[in-house]
Design a protein around this ligand. Structure first.
Ligand SMILES: O=C(O)CCC(=O)C(=O)O
Ligand SMILES: [Fe+2]
Length: 367
């Protein structure tokens, strides 16, 4: 396979190929190419019910037409777990406000933090949901959808292990069944005269894998190729966009790429863009530089053949390695959502925003 060429589009992989022993090797080859050289791929025929996908796409705009008063009852600022609703302008990436409105949800979980335990244990807890009467059926449907994404995310991790020459379950050691996964429903309004066009600024995702459902037909998502050029990732109905987080990049010694990406606001006069990312999270109490995977030398050599990767515009999640993974996630959330940090994590807030919220240029959270 060609390993030394830069990419100008994102490969499309057909999950159905994994089902037949005759076509599975083709899928694994395409996967290895995408992991090493691109860091992004489209996945068609994913093992997630199309009916449920259609339902969550249908629910996405409805979540935002609920009254502002009701949305504000679910403000993320109420939640030490950084779960809930975020108004436009309250979130920061690379120190600039993002022009998006969103809900952060998670798979079911009760907070396990007790006094004296590491503060990052507080990051995990129950999501905030609207009353059933305000959006009938949404919670049940979305949880069913998330359970399928979760299962897909583990299947996919095993495919990655296989194609990189590891034991089939070698990457499962990073998961703790008790750690929930997170997901968002996001609305990007069209650019207006005064707004910037930063839907979400350049960033890397955390942890291992993101499964993104582009829930409306708008362009806007872009990724940076090896030379640093921004490449469009237009929506393809019936696919997920899958990308690699900083955690997976780290444990594969940079063999798989966490690719810098951003979203540009829809043009003036356009309808809003919607997206629904699912973020696969690893166990909280791991230091990733303490766990070593043995890749076959010919697989590791693909990293060198890829050539030198140019500087990306994203700078977040540099803490993987020396910090516990839960702490890395917490730092990312603190930088993205300073209003939540100020209320629930005052010491970390002071550390990362010593001048208060607006003044912190260069602070970069993620996802
Ligand atoms: O909305 C999208 O298409 C991507 C969102 C994203 O990159 C993120 O929230 O991490
Ligand atoms: Fe992202």
């Amino acid at each position: 396979m060609a390993v030394d060429q830069d990419f100008s589009s994102i490969p499309v992989l057909d999950y159905a190929l994994t089902k037949d022993p005759a076509t599975r090797p083709k899928f694994l080859d395409q996967l290895r190419y995408a992991l090493v050289n691109v860091g992004f791929l489209y996945l068609s025929n994913p093992p997630v019910s199309q009916d449920d996908i259609d339902l969550v796409i249908d629910y996405a705009p409805k979540l935002f037409t609920i009254s502002q008063e009701k949305k504000d009852k679910l403000l993320m600022r109420n939640s030490p777990h950084f779960l809930g609703y975020t108004r436009i302008g309250a979130e920061y990436t690379k120190g600039k406000t993002d022009q998006r409105e969103q809900y952060d949800f998670a798979t079911p979980y009760e907070c396990q933090w007790t006094p004296g335990a590491p503060e990052y244990h507080k990051l995990w807890g129950p999501a905030q949901w609207h009353d059933e009467k305000d959006i009938p059926g949404f919670k049940e449907t979305f949880l069913r959808y998330l359970a399928q994404c979760e299962e897909l995310s583990y299947q996919f991790i095993d495919l990655i292990a296989e194609t990189l020459g590891l034991e089939k379950d070698a990457l499962r050691i990073f998961f703790d069944p008790a750690t929930p996964h997170r997901a968002k429903v996001v609305r990007y309004p069209a650019i207006s005269d005064v707004d910037s066009n930063q839907g979400v600024g350049p960033h890397f995702d955390s942890c291992f894998l993101t499964f993104l459902l582009q829930a409306s037909p708008h362009n806007g998502l872009q990724v940076q190729n090896l030379s640093g050029e921004w490449i469009d990732v237009p929506p393809i109905p019936g696919t997920f966009v899958v990308n690699i987080g900083k955690g997976l990049e780290m444990v594969t010694y940079g063999l798989t790429r966490a690719t810098s990406h951003q979203v540009l606001s829809p043009p003036a006069g356009s309808t809003p863009r919607y997206s629904i990312p699912f973020f696969q999270h690893i166990g909280q109490n791991l230091r990733l530089n303490e766990i070593h995977l043995n890749f076959p030398p010919d697989v590791l050599a693909l990293r060198e053949k890829r050539g030198v990767v140019g500087a990306a515009d994203s700078v977040n999640y540099g803490e993987y390695g020396h910090e516990y993974s839960g702490q890395v996630s917490l730092i990312g959330r603190i930088k993205s959502h300073p209003d939540v940090a100020e209320r629930h994590y005052p010491q970390l807030f002071q550390k990362f925003f010593p001048q208060g919220i607006k003044a912190e240029e260069g602070s970069s959270g993620g996802y």
